[in-house]
Design a protein around this ligand. Structure first.
Ligand code: C2E
Ligand code: MG
Ligand code: MG
Length: 281
């Protein structure tokens, strides 16, 4: 009896695992077809100066609406697309679409584009970026590439070379989700980043009176020593904004400033409504 039960539950888990695998395979196949089927879009989230509240630019965040599954969260489909390599064409779509959009704004605000380590590791990545800039007409200084620490830990030498080639195009580099990875102070200093983005997990804990308020201050102290401005992610409350302001954190991004939305929600901020009003007058 015990033996049967054991075999039964093994079969059960086997079936579960088969189902998970099939689901993942289906997702892999579907995410690869998403760009061609017009299922991808960008949501835009404003970034602002902490002191003045002035909007400095927007983070372009990828969205996937599947015809049957509905909205699939980026945290789910991006890792699937990375595992299958589909992130490379998808990432190219994001870069092109984001630059094209930003180039059309009357106000020269910045656009932050998230790039996967896998994309950056493509030998011709800097050339691809240069081509997208040339084709879309976006000024390089307005482009900010957000890169996570995973890029820095494998083949550090080559990563450094690539980042230098990207910098030579005139764009900016931000280290995203800082504090969640493994980069050491030494590697950080060796890489040509222009900005650090403090992961929202630290910001969230800042007002919860735990040791992480100290973490945020420590990261700010460290970035100041390296002369790197900091963007705090996931700012949701006035209390967080006040603490970040007092700690002289340069920029903020989060629901308090604005949720990620279709660009049409920000026509006024990008200067489109003024342009339309002038055109009508
Ligand atoms: P991220 O680059 O750190 O982007 C910020 C994430 O935090 C976004 O999640 C945004 O919706 C969320 N967020 C912003 N403000 C707040 C807040 O106040 N509170 C909370 N709780 N969350 C906030 P999203 O859009 O789900 O994206 C998740 C991650 O997926 C991104 O994190 C980024 O790493 C990745 N991602 C998004 N688009 C792309 C892309 O085009 N390419 C690549 N490679 N990765 C992308
Ligand atoms: Mg980001
Ligand atoms: Mg982040």
């Amino acid at each position: 009896r015990v033996k049967d039960g054991g075999r039964g539950s093994f079969a059960f888990f086997q079936a579960e695992m088969d189902r998970d695998l099939r689901r993942r395979r289906a997702l892999e196949r579907e995410v690869r077809m998403a760009p061609g089927r017009g299922e991808l879009s960008l949501a835009w989230q404003p970034q602002a100066e902490t002191g003045t509240g002035e909007i400095t630019g927007f983070d372009a965040l990828l969205r996937w609406r599947h015809p049957e599954r509905g909205d699939v969260p980026p945290d789910v489909f991006i890792s699937v697309a990375e595992a299958s390599g589909a992130i490379i064409p998808i990432g190219h779509w994001v870069l092109r679409t984001a630059c094209l959009e930003a180039a059309s704004w009357p106000r020269p605000l910045r656009v932050a584009v998230n790039v996967s380590a896998l994309q950056v590791q493509q030998p011709d990545f800097p050339a691809q970026v240069a081509r997208v800039l040339a084709e879309t007409g976006l000024e390089a200084v307005r482009l900010d590439l957000e890169i996570t620490e995973t890029l820095l830990i494998h083949d550090t030498e080559r990563a450094l070379e690539t980042l230098r080639a990207l910098k030579a195009l005139g764009l900016r580099l931000s280290l995203d989700d800082f504090g969640t990875g493994y980069s050491s102070l030494g590697t950080l200093r060796a890489f040509p980043f222009d900005k650090l983005k403090i992961d929202r997990s630290f910001v969230r804990q800042m007002t919860e009176d735990g040791p992480c308020g100290g973490m945020v201050r420590a990261i700010l102290g460290l970035s100041r020593a390296m002369a790197l401005p900091v963007v705090a992610e996931g700012v949701e409350t006035e209390a967080q904004r006040a603490l970040l302001g007092a700690a002289l954190c340069e920029e903020m991004q989060g629901y308090l400033i604005g949720r990620p939305q279709p660009i049409e929600a920000f026509d006024e901020l990008v200067g489109r409504s003024e342009a339309a009003a002038r055109g009508a007058a």
